[in-house]
Design a protein around this ligand. Structure first.
Ligand code: NDP
Length: 337
């Protein structure tokens, strides 16, 4: 039984030394318990926050403890009346092969789900985040211009595609030519701008010739700087994530532009609202699941997974996620089904 624990807290970008692979015996289960065997592990940006002891909306992982994370598992053994051996479940068993559960919080996926790993992406937390942030906070109307960064990632790819379904003009922002081409050719975005280009802000302005009505914020930093002057009166900003800042150890240098930001929000009556998906919207999951399964069945949603083989490769893959190395939803195949 392999597990990856937090060996030390990172300062700045995480490194391989912050993680440690440990070998333990496979746990045994008591009456009423279930033994879970992980097949897929989701890697997500929020895990950077759990590695740090800075105050956040959830407690940090303790040093020496298993890294947390959503998993899709098969039931290896069951002493629980409601769960059968071989059944698939969505769980939160973290970066390890085996875990013991009493059934609380497990979501059943059936005996033979068609795409079990989708529960970690398009049909799970990231898809739900895109859906609620865009529709509830963004309030898209046909003809609106939406800008979304990390455009080919788990959340951004869904934001843009849902925006297209709602009749909006969608402009993505992504790192590199290949991701931008994919956003346009496969995801159907109207345009996609490479944030690594020297004239990124100029290109973004040209792609948004009618301004921006919704900026779905995933990254912050220089992307937000380029977006701010383009926002229209009455624009909405679902504040979902700020990945460009997750490894920062201090506030950025330079002049204080807070008054400019506040002035823009005031004059243009812009709404900016943060949200934490399960804290704010847990009771609306069914609404999302109904729409998303229908869109998938109709071929209106494309979903790309970046599937990395082997639990031992999770630390490197996670370090890469914070630096744009993933292309699509990052998932680790921890074990074969
Ligand atoms: P992604 O699959 O999009 O992967 C992260 C991507 O972020 C990278 O591939 C990279 O894409 C981009 N990125 C990294 N660093 C930078 C940078 N400095 N500047 C611009 N882009 C950068 O991750 P997710 O879809 O899982 O998450 C997207 C965002 O949503 C994150 O901020 C995350 O924290 C947030 N989130 C928030 C939730 C909530 O409840 N509020 C729930 C789930 C996610 P590229 O190469 O294209 O730049």
């Amino acid at each position: 039984n392999r597990k990856i624990v937090l060996a030390s807290r990172p300062v700045g970008a995480p490194t391989a030394d912050n993680f440690r692979l440990e070998q333990t015996v496979i746990p045994t289960i008591a009456a009423g318990e279930i033994l879970l065997r992980s097949v897929y592990l989701s890697l997500d940006p929020y895990m950077r926050g759990r590695m740090s002891d800075a105050k956040s909306y959830a407690d940090p992982v303790a040093v020496g403890e298993v890294m947390v994370g959503g998993t899709v598992c098969q039931i290896e053994q069951s002493n629980h009346a409601d769960f059968a051996q071989g059944e698939w479940v969505l769980s939160y068993s973290g970066w390890q092969d085996y875990a013991v559960s009493n059934g609380d919080g497990l979501i059943k996926l059936g005996m033979q789900p068609t795409h079990p790993s989708y529960a970690l992406g398009v049909m799970g937390m990231p898809g739900f985040t895109a859906y609620m942030g865009l529709l509830d906070i963004g309030q898209p109307k046909p003809g609106d211009t939406i800008v979304v960064a990390a455009a080919t990632g788990a959340v951004g790819s869904m934001v843009g595609q849902i925006g297209k379904i709602k009749g909006c003009r969608v402009v993505g922002v992504a790192g590199g030519e290949e991701k931008c081409r994919y956003a346009k050719d496969v995801l159907g975005f109207d345009d996609c701008i490479d944030h690594k280009a020297d004239d990124f802000a100029v290109q973004l302005a040209a792609a948004c010739d009618k301004g921006i009505d919704i900026y779905y914020e995933n990254v912050g930093g220089k992307v937000f700087d380029a977006v701010l002057p383009l926002l229209n009166t009455g624009a909405r900003i679902p504040l979902c994530g700020l990945i460009s800042q997750y490894n920062a150890t201090e506030l950025p240098q330079g002049p204080d532009r807070m008054s400019m930001l506040m002035g823009t929000l005031l004059i243009k009556r812009i709404k900016m609202q943060g949200f934490i998906i399960f804290d704010d919207y847990a009771d609306r999951y069914d609404e999302f699941a109904t729409d998303m399964s229908q869109w998938l069945a109709e071929g209106k949603i494309h979903y790309r997974e970046d599937l990395v083989q082997g639990l031992e490769n999770a630390p490197q893959a996670f370090i890469g996620l914070l630096d744009g190395k993933n292309f699509g939803k990052l998932v680790i195949q921890t074990n074969q089904a």
